[in-house]
Design a protein around this ligand. Structure first.
Ligand code: SF4
Length: 337
């Protein structure tokens, strides 16, 4: 699916550090939540971002759409670097890039009716006009996400978990964006509701040509939803490939660990689960060299000293690991796209 697809967002060497301040307010250290990630998102695709809790995937998602400013790097959407936009320009760009949260409840004003929240968004962006046009747009989007007209008048606490996620989707869609970052959008839901929301997301994508960055710790959900997958470990992107390629042949030792925990589709095939030794290191003092070397069963001398760069090992398949750096071609400037 990669050839000739338009790039909707291109991130180059994006870093997000959270400063730790000492008693006098001086920065004494940093939490390196995202540390030099480069990737591209293609129009109409779902890019799955996986990794264990604390690997930086949610922070990366928020940083890519400038909900939190990047510490370094560039993020280009429609030829414009989000890191360099003024607040006014960013407000305009907000129409193009939106987010669906794990629990939209936390980001909805509990004192406002859902319909009014959506109307206000249209008003701020100056979309629609007088004569009930905005109201009609809100009703249309409520219908699109499977809510009824009477839901316009309800408050966030009056919705069930699944309905709340539909509200979150309505809020993301109302401005007609190109790209939506979906941050663990189904992990707080019952299994039966999960599939309804996932199928709704996929239907809306097909209908509107949406691009998703789909963040999840659940490999089965990623396999079902995503065209390509990026694997994150301790703030770094360590592997990226088409979903089928990654599941068939994970090349990074950390991806192999993650995938060994996914039940096989064939009940007769027995998989050997790889159990990682040791704890996830702190992002305040991440290991030097390869960040995975303290837990990697294949670590070599070079792994402690040199941080492996993402390199293409096959078309569209990139890995950051010294095991593969000898046989691989040089890093593709367009992130394997
Ligand atoms: Fe393991 Fe070395 Fe590869 Fe890192 S670079 S994943 S430590 S083999």
């Amino acid at each position: 699916m990669q050839a000739n697809r338009e790039v909707v967002l291109r991130a180059e060497n994006v870093k997000k550090y959270f400063p730790i301040r000492g008693t006098l307010g001086r920065v004494v250290n940093n939490v390196k939540a995202v540390d030099g990630v480069s990737l591209s998102l293609l129009r109409g695709e779902t890019y799955g971002l996986v990794g264990e809790t604390g690997c930086g995937k949610s922070t990366l998602g928020r940083t890519l759409i400038h909900l939190t400013p990047a510490t370094a790097g560039s993020i280009t959407v429609e030829g414009r670097d989000l890191t360099k936009l003024t607040p006014k320009e960013m407000r305009k760009m907000r129409r193009r890039v939106q987010m669906v949260f794990q629990d939209p409840y936390t980001s909805l004003d509990p004192r406002q009716r859902i319909g009014d929240i959506l109307l206000e968004m249209l008003e701020i962006q100056k979309i629609g006009g007088a004569g009930g046009e905005r109201r009609a747009l809100v009703m249309e989007i409520l219908d699109k996400v499977g809510l009824r007209p009477e839901h316009f008048y309800r408050f966030a606490h009056e919705f069930s978990g699944g309905q709340r996620q539909r509200v979150g989707l309505a809020r993301a869609l109302i401005l007609n964006p190109d790209l939506i970052v979906c941050d663990e959008p189904v992990s707080a839901l019952d299994v039966s509701v999960q599939s309804q929301i996932i199928n709704l997301l996929l239907d809306l994508q097909e209908e509107r040509g949406l691009t998703y960055l789909f963040i999840s710790h659940d490999m089965s959900v990623i396999r079902y939803t995503s065209n390509r997958v990026g694997v994150m470990y301790l703030g770094h992107l360590v592997e990226e490939a088409a979903t089928d390629d990654l599941f068939a042949l994970p090349m990074h030792p950390y991806s192999q660990v993650l995938l060994s925990a996914v039940p096989s589709a064939n009940p007769h095939t027995k998989k050997q689960r790889i159990v990682l030794e040791g704890d996830l290191p702190s992002p305040i003092n991440p290991p030097g060299g390869c960040v995975f070397h303290t837990r990697c069963p294949y670590a070599m001398g070079v792994c402690e000293k040199e941080c492996p760069q993402m390199q293409a090992v096959m078309p569209g398949h990139r890995v950051a690991c010294h095991l593969h750096s000898q046989q691989s071609a040089k890093e593709e400037p367009n992130h394997g796209v």
